[in-house]
Design a protein. Sequence first.
Length: 92
Amino acid sequence: KVVVDTMTFQRMRHIKQLGICHFVYPGATHNRFFHSIGTAFLAHELVKSLRLRQPELGITDRDALCVTLAALCHDLGHPMYSHMFEVFIHSL
């Protein structure tokens, strides 16, 4: 809640994960906000599974929190249409 409620994180509600795909596929309305929430959920499930199946790794609560937060915040620096922009930059 501390991270998700920030203005920086909330701005991702308005950044499309799939760029302009929604013009071709009207149902493709996935945004970076929900993508990041889903990524954090999957990271949490992965860590939970690793802790259960491989206790010898010694994954701490702090480790689990860091992985989940990293997954949650992994798209914070992306501007709109950033992946399309990467293609343009690499062509220069």
